[in-house]
Design a protein around this ligand. Sequence first.
Ligand code: ADP
Ligand code: ASP
Ligand code: MG
Length: 414
Amino acid sequence: MARIVMKFGGTSMAGIERIRNVAARVKREVEAGNEVAVVVSAMAGETDRLVGFCREAAALHDTAEYDVVVASGEQVTSGLLAITLQAIGVPARSWLGWQLPIRTSDAHSTARIGDIDTTAVLADMATGRVAVVPGFQGVTDDGRVTTLGRGGSDTSAVAVAAALKADRCDIYTDVDGVYTTDPRIVPKAKKLHSVTFEEMLELASVGAKVLQTRSVELAMKEKVKVQVLSSFTDAPGTFVVDEEEGVEQELITGIAYNRNEAQVTVTRVPDTPGVVAHIFEPLSAANINVDMIVQNVARESGHTDVTFTVPRTELARAMDELTKAKDTIRYSALEAVDNVCKVSVVGVGMKSHAGVALTMFKALGDRGINIKAITTSEIKISVLIAEEYTELAVRVLHTAYGLDDTSEPAGVAA
Ligand code: ADP
Ligand code: ASP
Ligand code: MG
């Protein structure tokens, strides 16, 4: 007998028919003799709808109350799955974040999981009941509801698996594994049989939303066995593994893109030591993450321009903070562009190969795609481009690095 955590995403939970399909998969694992905890997302589109209500109510709103609103989507699906399981003869009950409880920090809307009390849930599972846990939500020490950031149900699933000391954590979604790039954009994307934690972490952090970045970090730290697979087919999925587990290392693992980017340029700031710190201090104080940074060569006048990116969802706040700090930074103007996209190439093999960046720049240049900013790490190169070229850039790079799979189309659910 194994103890397993099964996580089902939004598309898999979208409506009663699909929840019945999920229940049937859970039943199969229970009948195979496994002890099962299920972590569920809200129905596809529901969290967006709830976020929309909060924005409509007030553009700048209390994130503690935002959490109360957006956590409700998962409450609905956890109850519905428990009902559906019971209806097919599988004993089940829901365990909301505050009931387990899943303790988190009080950073509302981006809370981090602390610990999970498993005493009661384990005792209940030992009686043969399936535990259904809403993903994405937790509770602070003083009893307030929190959420973990968009895509956070993956992290809930890995955290629950770690706390329950589960034998594995199966992430069921609407594609049948991790591909060399988003198979919705590149039908010739290749499914990976396995991917290392390091590569998956890098792919997730630059936009491959198939797994939330924090879930990969946590799985790596807690040594949770993670597998990504489809709710809709029985195709073999992708295992996320340690580097030592002997995966064949390709030069390039994959390509990801992130449209949640906005570019800010601060023009004509004095080119003196400390000026960049003056720009980033107010942003950091406001908890706004700065990603790509380019400082232009100083103009003759002893002034320079600094360009950087922030999450598009934070652009208004970033502009507000920089406007308030105008006297300290001493810039002449602020420029914001929000129709940009970051495209990244990731691969552990880059550590030991030259010329990887050149292939990228040439492939984009040949298609007339202009690069606005560049950043690199040991195993990643990212470029900022105009958003309208996103699909083209991803396809062109996928071909340029020889990643196209012509044998079979990707397994993608509608
Ligand atoms: P869920 O609701 O199940 O959590 P998500 O929408 O969060 O699903 O993540 C699955 C989606 O991730 C896929 O539908 C796919 O479009 C996208 N995706 C982006 N990059 C990749 C990749 N490299 N491999 C697989 N899917 C990817
Ligand atoms: N429902 C949440 C979201 O859409 C969490 C998740 O699905 O992982 O972001
Ligand atoms: Mg997701």
